[in-house]
Design a protein around this ligand. Structure first.
Ligand code: MRU
Length: 362
């Protein structure tokens, strides 16, 4: 199941707003439309948002009237600002748009025509999307190594194929366990207010025939205290240099209760989610979203009309609550300042080597 792809000159996205009732592919062909799709959560999940942002830069290049390199670069910089502002917490978005802008700059510096720059951007966005799937599979199998056969896994939000280009981060670990023949069972947090667990994770796991139960978010503590959880897994939207993790609101409470009950906790993240420029989680911007997400379920009002609402979409789990951070380069353990830097360097070296190999084969 590919969540994000390019077809007919537009970004194609599985519309996550209407799942699980309907499976609809929606097309977006302007920068403003792509930014809207990210902001309104047609697409969501840090890696999927990153790939969408990359294709958003392709849309910007294709729709730009520029006839020379500098004018095209100016339009791309403007598009990057619009796309990056769509959702502030997931660093994969600005990471991906920066990667596309770098490719455009290098092509312009090398004297490429405007059409050649456009083609280079589409090739880069496709490469980034393909890499995401490959990275997720590697991450999934690294993570599966620490999941015991028969484990009960507690999972928050949605981190599966829908939250990435395909396969997933924390749910990728579950899928890898399944491929390895390990039997696992997943407790699926409903994940209020947008219900990504109930609507998306439950849908994905049922399709994949993974044993699971949907639980109310408030049931998680009871399950942990009564010995029904062996490991807690979640993804992340940004990881600071010290290992503090920003993820869907509610993650922090899970990690604290897991520590109280001696249960291991792993964040599962591609290295593109690690932001070494931020020393700790207090520097991660936390997105605040519309009050309607809290006051309504679908179109049904569940609170008094006009009630004041505070709706932070993410929280920060301090690094001391994490057993490890699973990446495509292996599992990072404390001290995270060192292990995360090593993982990031290994991933960058891998990308450079892959580019050299590709150039040599042309
Ligand atoms: O607000 P969302 O649905 O985009 O939040 C997504 C999450 O918090 C995911 O758990 C996170 O991106 C993990 S990575 C797949």
């Amino acid at each position: 199941m590919r969540t994000v792809f390019w077809q007919d000159g537009q970004v194609q996205l599985i519309d996550q707003r209407v799942l699980p009732a309907e499976t609809v592919i929606a097309s977006f062909g302007t920068v403003d439309a792509v930014a809207f799709a990210i902001r309104d959560m047609v697409v969501r999940g840090a890696p999927a948002i990153g790939a969408t942002g990359a294709y958003g830069m392709v849309v910007a290049a294709q729709s730009s009237p520029a006839s020379d390199g500098p004018a095209l670069l100016a339009d791309l910089r403007a598009a990057k600002a619009v796309l990056d502002a769509a959702r502030p917490t997931a660093v994969n978005l600005s990471w991906a748009t920066a990667r596309l802008l770098d490719v455009a700059q290098a092509a312009v510096d090398a004297g490429a025509s405007v059409d050649a720059v456009r083609a280079a951007l589409l090739a880069e966005a496709d490469a980034l999307a393909d890499e995401d799937v490959e990275i997720n599979r590697r991450m999934g199998f690294h993570g599966a190594a620490v999941i015991p056969d028969g484990a009960n896994i507690l999972h928050h939000c949605n981190t599966g194929a829908l939250a990435t280009v395909d396969f997933g981060t924390a749910l990728g670990v579950v899928y890898a366990c399944q491929e390895l023949g390990k039997s696992v069972h997943v407790w699926v947090d409903e994940t209020r207010p947008r219900l990504q667990g109930a609507r998306l994770t439950a849908w994905e796991l049922m399709r994949a025939e993974v044993p699971m139960h949907l639980i109310a978010d408030n049931a998680a503590g009871h399950l942990m205290r009564t010995g029904q959880v062996d490991v807690v897994l979640f993804g992340a939207d940004r990881v600071a240099a010290n290992g503090d993790v920003a993820n869907k609101v509610g993650t922090y409470k899970l990690a604290v209760v897991a520590r109280e009950n001696g249960i291991p906790v792993y964040a599962v993240v591609p290295t593109s989610t690690i932001d070494l420029s931020l020393p700790d989680g207090d520097h991660i911007p936390i997105e605040e979203r519309d009050a309607r997400e809290v006051t309504h379920i679908g179109d049904t009002l569940i609170a008094p009309e006009g009630v004041p609402v505070y709706n932070p979409a993410f929280d920060v789990t301090p690094y001391r609550y994490l057993t490890g951070i699973v990446t495509e380069e292996g599992i990072c353990y404390p001290p995270f300042t060192q292990s995360l830097r090593r993982a990031k360097e290994a991933a960058e070296a891998r990308i450079v080597a892959a580019r050299r190999a590709k150039q040599a084969s042309v």
